[in-house]
Design a protein around this ligand. Structure first.
Ligand SMILES: CC(C)(COP(=O)(O)OP(=O)(O)OC[C@H]1O[C@@H](n2cnc3c(N)ncnc32)[C@H](O)[C@@H]1OP(=O)(O)O)[C@@H](O)C(=O)NCCC(=O)NCCS
Length: 509
């Protein structure tokens, strides 16, 4: 099931207004003329201010396999006098709070069990594609709408209190305040490097593993990093290792075997293990493997429940596998046929000097294409690669630049360089601009996957450093990059026009 969200545009206007006329919508959706006006204003890029709605809402269309079926609205909720007082204690203290309004407009999609998966996907979409600082969602069904309350509960919302609505449409109807909180994903998955070994050993000691197990993990990591079939990844926050996973992708039976997965006790319950495991599953798919298997001691009930929750089936019990009296239990997840070899997964990590050769080669590939499109403006300089290599090295030491690279199976798939810049003094956009000039992927098809991953990671880091907008430079002929940027809701703000001057001829005017 491929659910996809996009900002509602004028092209959706007829559809949305058709939905608003449906009886199942009229029953529970604020269908006032003011609300309709607000939707219309939004679709017309908010040229007019919606007085009663404050122009605070963003409207989204959800589609399945390109067929639009639902409308969602969001707005950031901050403490304000007009907010029901019952809401205040539940607003996020660690990030942003977004309110959500939701309807399935298309009748054919009603009653199909789609509501809660849609909401789950939408909360993730906002978090990963729109604003990573959103960690709390609020939704408020009316007491008269038990179906909505039920699907929200299934989507992970919890009822925290009740309150009365004061707006005309819902006046004096009891409403439930329902909250969903997401954990902050403030860690990044990296490939293992040698300096991660001591922190890993420290984590294993803190967890209380017996010395022979710690030694076993250490030796296995040392072996796997040199092995073509091996991978070791760490979850890191700044310079701190929070957890790791090590895996061997067997070729003989095309199954990937997890040799170790451990998260530091101080960082449990944040989804780190699931992220590491999902990452390894993706790498296994990329290698064309059929699935992943793992074994764990029979008395590790937490670990066993975790694998079950990640859709691993208990495969077999190995008596006395770990030591006398301690059985091993194996778990297996076989990928569905269509999910094998899906999108390339990549580790996004900071650039090091060793990456510069690959980056220059990717840039060179791009420059050659650009040169064909505009042979004068983009005429390659004779020593372009040497100059660029030097330039990238210099950027590595500059505080206001962030350089990230995407790597999968030891191959560089793309890179991005962002500069944190102040706007010229005559403009005041309200913060720093993240300016992205060098942004390359190995193949055009990778924009939507690798390009997006690079952009999101850079955006997240830049945001933490005060950036409030992104500016990306893109050649006019670079259709795939332009399409990608459009899909990511970038707006074209400036155009460059180039003209060859030709030979100047002295002419009397
Ligand atoms: C609310 C809405 C999004 C739900 O969509 P849907 O397609 O009906 O929902 P699903 O098919 O995914 O799920 C319906 C669930 O509600 C349950 N349900 C149906 N009527 C119910 C009722 N009166 N009381 C409690 N649960 C009910 C169903 O049994 C099913 O639960 P299950 O999956 O556990 O079996 C949709 O009905 C809608 O758009 N309504 C109009 C707008 C609206 O009410 N928006 C919410 C404003 S807060």
């Amino acid at each position: 099931m491929n659910i996809y969200f996009e900002k509602a545009t004028l092209s959706h206007k007829d559809l949305i207004f058709e939905w608003l006329e449906k009886s199942h919508i009229k029953e529970f959706w604020d269908n006032s003329s003011e609300h309709r006006e607000d939707i219309k204003n939004f679709l017309e890029s908010r040229k007019n201010f919606s007085k009663s709605f404050g122009s605070i809402f963003t409207y989204w269309i959800g589609s399945i396999e390109d067929e639009p079926y639902c409308l969602l609205m969001t707005s950031e909720v901050t403490p304000a006098p007009e907010l029901p007082k019952e809401w205040n204690p539940y607003l996020s203290k660690t990030g942003k709070t977004f309110s959500i309004g939701f309807m399935i407009g298309e009748e054919n999609f009603l009653g199909k069990g789609l509501a809660s998966p849609t909401l789950r996907a939408f909360t993730r979409f906002i978090r990963y594609y729109v604003d990573p600082s959103v960690d709390t969602y609020i939704i408020d069904p009316a007491d008269t709408n038990p179906r909505a309350k039920h699907v929200y509960e299934k989507a992970g919302f919890e009822t925290v209190t009740e309150f009365m609505r004061e707006s005309d449409f819902f006046k004096d109807i009891k409403h439930f305040l329902m909250i969903k909180r997401l954990h902050h994903k403030n860690y990044i998955i990296h490939s293992f490097v040698q300096i991660n070994m001591n922190p890993i050993v420290e984590i294993l000691n803190n967890v209380g593993w017996a010395p022979q197990y710690v030694e076993g993990q250490k030796r296995s990591i040392e072996k796997l990093i040199l092995d073509e079939e091996g991978d070791v990844f760490v979850a890191k926050h700044d310079d701190h290792v929070l957890g790791f996973i090590q895996v061997q992708h067997h070729q003989w039976n095309r199954l990937s075997y997890i040799h170790g997965l451990v998260v530091s006790p101080d960082h449990r319950q944040q989804g780190i293990a699931a992220t590491l495991l999902t990452h390894v599953e993706q790498v296994a798919r990329d290698r064309g493997n059929r699935g992943v298997f793992v074994d764990t001691p029979g008395d590790n009930y937490g670990g066993r429940a975790f694998y079950k929750a990640q859709a691993y089936a208990e495969a077999y019990i190995m008596p006395d596998f770990y030591e006398e009296g301690l059985d091993g239990v194996s778990y297996l997840k076989l990928f569905k046929q269509e999910n094998r070899k899906a999108l390339p997964s990549a580790v996004i990590r900071p650039v090091t000097t060793a990456d510069i050769i690959s980056m220059v080669s990717l840039s060179d590939q791009k420059r050659r294409i650009y040169e064909k499109a505009q042979p004068q403006f983009w005429h390659r300089a004779e020593k372009a690669n040497e100059t660029q290599s030097q330039w990238f090295k210099e950027l590595l030491s500059q505080e206001d630049h962030i350089l990230l690279i995407a790597e999968a199976n030891r191959q560089i798939l793309g890179f991005i360089i962002g500069e944190l810049k102040r706007a010229p003094e005559v403009y005041d956009p309200g913060g720093l601009t993240l300016m992205i000039d060098d942004f390359c992927v190995k193949d055009q098809e990778l924009w939507a996957t690798i390009g997006k991953k690079l952009l999101l990671d850079l955006q997240q880091q830049a945001k933490q450093r005060g950036a409030i907008q992104i500016l990306i430079v893109c050649g006019h002929h670079d259709v795939s990059k332009r399409q990608f940027l459009k899909k990511e809701n970038f707006i074209l703000t400036a155009e460059w026009y180039v003209k060859e001057m030709g030979t100047l001829i002295n002419r009397k005017i």
